[in-house]
Design a protein around this ligand. Sequence first.
Ligand SMILES: [Zn+2]
Length: 104
Amino acid sequence: MMRKTTSQNSLKHIPQRTCLACREVKDKSQLVRLVHLADGQTEIDITGKKKGRGAYLCRVKPCWETGLKKKTLLEHNLRTVLTPDNLEQLINAGKKIYLEGRDG
Ligand SMILES: [Zn+2]
């Protein structure tokens, strides 16, 4: 008797997420999560474990620029409205991420 082993392999399942800006599907670990917290603030969630609505962006400058320019899209994904201050915080935090994320 043969047992079906189809997609049931023992490899760890890697969650896939879509980048808000370029729409590419990547491993979650390759993306940066933005989270809309219960207190109304939106921030970068490095651990990816904070509670709240999330949106994802690649660790590259073009995606951050596009993603944060598409404010309404970001707001739609996070189900919130971003204040100008909050948006600026995200832009500044994003700069650190994609600058540090560069190899070399
Ligand atoms: Zn992207």
